[in-house]
Write a protein that binds this ligand. Structure first.
Ligand code: FAD
Ligand code: GLY
Length: 355
């Protein structure tokens, strides 16, 4: 494409914003249409960068996740230097404690070692794994930083604009129908997360997650009791540098059912106190929920669509924060330079086509 080409990104979550920024840096005129900025899963997530703790099996998804984790330090530097807003990126490592015997390999930490590694874990923890290269970003700070960076660069962001239909003719998108009238561009990118199936017949469903946060009591702020993520068998606990601790998450197949439920919050509290008992005395700060965009094989849908001028960047399920830098780079290169990367080849929508 040529400098000044017009691109519309549908969806203003982390994937849409980051892709808009890459395309703008390449010279595109970019507009982002977003039905509801606050509803984006990017606000609800825990922000773990956890390909190893999430136990992504060896293969193309792990390759993609590791490539994205590698990009993180340089990428957040770039976004922060454009926006002036810190993202809370923290290469803190992730500890995965286990209650029961599980499959052990040469990296297994025995009981004594894991309790030395992290004080005040539950006595029932018998061992676990340490993933030093995994880490976290403060996803709310990240989305703020991305939003300001995109505005600074001149990306046009229209919140409250819902795309209601994608009109096509002879294999090309001709226009978008929206609640504010019809809009058109040379190229379109679909980054609508859990809502994608409302616009295209691609198999993405919402998988609800409830979370809560507590605050480290003021007296313990100078020496935070957790300085690494705990990724337990039933819960994860993500300490932020500012003294907040995020506890997640449920995984519920309930469509777009809103609200926190007592059952969901009870599950989070019980599992978190079991893993790290001193949390029981920490003040409750906030509860919230969000919707992961889940595909049948739990892999994202990336790359060309059935229409020549529509590219897909959706379905990131549990790892969309982790996968933001690599998705933005690969999709921007594909759209701008028509340059497909091998890393994309496993994530085509066509894997769901009946053969
Ligand atoms: P979203 O962030 O959901 O944004 C989509 C946007 O598109 C929304 O703002 C929506 O309003 C807009 N939109 C939808 N339809 C339309 C339309 N028709 N017209 C215009 N706009 C539209 N990932 C990690 O890597 N690490 C984690 O620790 C982590 N924890 C998570 C915990 C929970 C509880 C949840 C819910 C998710 C978690 N994730 C995590 C996953 C991650 O949040 C998502 O994969 C990621 O946010 C998806 O980004 P997105 O931009 O594709 O979609
Ligand atoms: N990746 C953490 C979650 O989706 O809950």
């Amino acid at each position: 494409m040529q400098s000044g080409s017009e691109i519309i990104v549908i969806g203003g979550g982390v994937i849409g914003l980051a892709t808009a920024i890459e395309l703008r840096l390449l010279g595109a005129e970019v507009t982002v249409l977003c039905q509801d900025f606050q509803a984006a899963a990017g606000h609800a997530a825990a922000g773990m960068l956890a390909p190893q703790a999430e136990k992504i099996p060896t293969g193309s998804m792990l390759d993609l996740c590791l490539a994205s984790r590698d990009l993180y330090p340089e990428w957040v530097n770039k976004i922060e230097s454009i926006s002036g807003v810190d993202t809370g990126y923290w290469a803190c490592g992730i500890l995965a404690p286990h209650y029961d015997d599980c499959e052990r390999n040469e990296d297994w930490l025995d009981r004594q070692t894991i309790h030395q590694h992290q004080a005040a874990l539950s006595d029932s923890i018998v061992g676990g794994y340490w993933y030093p290269a995994d880490g976290q970003v403060d996803n709310r700070a990240l989305i703020r930083s991305l939003s300001i960076a995109s505005q600074t660069l001149g990306v046009k962001f229209l919140d409250g604009v819902e795309v209601t239909a994608i009109d096509r003719d002879r294999g090309r998108v001709t226009q978008l129908e929206t609640n504010r009238g019809n809009m058109s561009a040379q190229h379109y990118i679909l980054a609508t997360g859990a809502w994608s199936q409302q616009l295209l017949p691609i198999p993405i469903v919402p998988r609800k997650g409830q979370l809560l946060s507590v605050l480290v009591p003021t007296a313990q702020r100078a020496n935070l009791p957790l300085q690494q993520v705990l990724f337990g068998e039933e819960t994860y606990i993500v300490p932020r540098r500012d003294g907040k601790i995020i506890i997640g998450a449920t995984s519920e197949d309930v469509g777009f059912a809103p609200h926190n439920t007592l059952k969901g919050i009870e599950q989070l509290i019980t599992n978190a106190i079991r893993l790290f008992p001193q949390l029981q005395d920490f003040p409750l700060h906030e509860t919230w929920w969000g919707f992961r965009p889940a595909t049948p094989d739990e892999l994202p849908i990336l790359g060309p669509s059935a229409a020549d001028n529509l590219t897909l960047a959706t379905g990131h399920y549990r790892n969309g924060i982790l996968l933001t830098p690599i998705t933005a780079k690969l999709i921007a290169d594909l759209v701008w330079h028509q340059q497909g990367d091998n890393l994309l080849s496993s994530f085509s929508w066509q894997r769901f086509e009946p053969s």
